[in-house]
Design a protein around this ligand. Structure first.
Ligand SMILES: Cc1cc2nc3c(=O)[nH]c(=O)nc-3n(C[C@H](O)[C@H](O)[C@H](O)COP(=O)(O)OP(=O)(O)OC[C@H]3O[C@@H](n4cnc5c(N)ncnc54)[C@H](O)[C@@H]3O)c2cc1C
Length: 409
């Protein structure tokens, strides 16, 4: 059956849902299209950090220096499944890691991050999700002196991020569950907010989106086609004509962007999580052992251990080895952890310069991009929704969108 809509959004992860809510509240008729697999997107299984301190791009001169060692050590926090298809992305990533590029990328990320915490508080209030926000700060755990030396306090402060270096004794007070003898101290980001449960926050968003009058179609879009004054989306059982389309399909957005007229080097950094049920919290604050590339995330009734990066494409099965690396890393800090109760793998939508793509397609503003948020999609979903809504309604966006345009590549 053929349908019409003013605005169609492809994707119902945190970015698509936040855009749908914001646009519907601004008075637009919105249709949200995504398959009913709400736990498979990155938005479900992430670490739950509103990471407004994360001003550094993934690619930096430090990472570039260590790249060969990281890539060829199977147990490092960054792994790669050998595949020729990844070479172009990696080459661009290496270029973006050079000092000048990394500085520009940090500026672009910092501009988006500045309103992240306040925009999340607003969104949480709109969807009755304030109880899921935990204003407890976040810790970067130093296991070695090298960890401490490698932490760029001055860069964080230059971007206005509050961070304190704390001793082992202070760390023990902030994180009483940490076993004695583990860690030398930490960097403490006192203003960071974490989510008690990203899955629960997504459910509240879905309820709010439905209440705001958004129609949801359970379908997988296979084709986006521009026509006169409209864009057509096709898929099995789907034929929808919309005046505007927002592409928010996370790591699956590249083909739609290409069909809209933009070639973007979107790929995926796959991430993993393990969960340990525990009625009494083992840890009270979110904490990252800095050299291991994952987070300990205390969540409702459980401890989630989430993170690491695997460059492995969208289709390869999850890697048993990556779960094992995560499990070993978690036990190195908390030796009495039992077998995990759950495991998950998800696909971060990643560009080589760690900046999302937000803004109109170069072939015309009927298509608006809202994807590629990499490690920061949860953090940046509400601000992305505000920017997309400004574009749709013809208002000047609150930020200069030039650094996030699709035609920067
Ligand atoms: C282990 C891990 C930890 C992370 N930790 C954090 C964190 O602490 N803080 C943070 O800010 N970010 C974090 N991230 C990143 C964050 O989770 C992602 O950037 C964010 O979830 C991306 O949201 P999205 O809505 O763009 O994509 P997704 O959540 O992946 O959603 C994509 C949507 O598109 C739909 N879709 C796909 N194909 C089609 C199609 N053909 N037709 C229609 N719909 C389609 C999917 O069904 C889904 O609904 C983490 C990621 C991982 C993997």
């Amino acid at each position: 059956m053929q349908q019409d809509s003013e605005i169609a959004i492809i994707g119902a992860g945190v970015v698509g849902l936040a855009c749908a809510l914001h646009l519907a509240e601004a008075g637009h008729q919105v249709t949200l299209i995504a398959p009913e697999d709400d736990e498979s997107g990155a938005s479900y299984g992430n670490a739950g950090v509103i990471a407004d301190y994360a001003v550094m791009p993934v690619g930096t001169p430090d990472v570039l220096r260590n790249l060969p060692a990281l890539l060829f050590n199977r147990d490092s926090p960054l792994a790669i499944r050998p595949a020729l298809a990844l070479a172009p992305w990696l080459l661009r990533f290496a270029r973006e890691s050079l000092p000048g590029r990394a500085r520009l990328n940090a500026q672009a990320i910092a501009a988006l991050l500045a309103p992240a915490a306040s925009s999340w508080k607003e969104l949480a209030a709109q969807i009755s999700g304030q109880d899921l926000l935990k204003p407890l700060g976040s810790l970067y755990l130093f296991e070695t002196e090298a960890d401490r030396r490698g932490t760029r306090f001055e860069t964080y402060r230059a971007h206005g991020v509050a961070v304190e270096e704390i001793s082992r004794a202070e760390l023990g007070q902030l994180q009483p569950g940490l076993p004695e003898g583990i860690g030398l101290g930490a960097a403490f980001f006192p203003n960071t907010i974490t989510l008690d449960d990203p899955g629960q926050m997504l459910r509240r968003l879905r309820v709010a989106v439905t209440a705001a009058g958004v129609e949801r179609i359970a379908a997988r879009v296979t084709r986006l086609k521009r026509g006169k004054g409209q864009v057509t989306l096709r898929g099995e059982g789907l034929h929808l004509n919309a005046r505007r389309v927002v592409i928010a399909a996370g790591a699956w957005s590249r083909a739609f962007a290409a069909q809209a007229g933009d070639r973007v080097p979107l790929d995926t950094e796959r991430g993993y999580h393990l969960e340990y049920d525990s009625p009494a919290p083992r840890l009270i604050r979110q904490m990252t052992p800095v050299s291991r590339g994952f987070y300990f995330c205390p969540m409702a009734g459980r401890l989630r251990v989430a993170g690491t990066v695997e460059l492995g494409g969208l289709d390869a099965p999850a890697s048993e080895h990556r779960w094992a690396v995560l499990e070993r890393g978690a036990r190195a800090i908390l030796p009495d952890l039992p077998e995990p109760d759950r495991r998950w793998m998800g696909c971060r939508p990643s560009l080589p310069d760690s900046r999302p793509v937000i803004g109109p397609s170069r072939a015309g503003p009927e298509v608006i991009h809202a994807f590629g948020h990499g490690h920061l999609g949860l953090t940046l979903a509400p601000i992305t929704a505000r920017l997309v809504t400004a574009l749709v309604t013809g208002r000047a966006p609150e930020l200069d969108l030039a650094p996030y345009r699709a035609d920067r590549f």
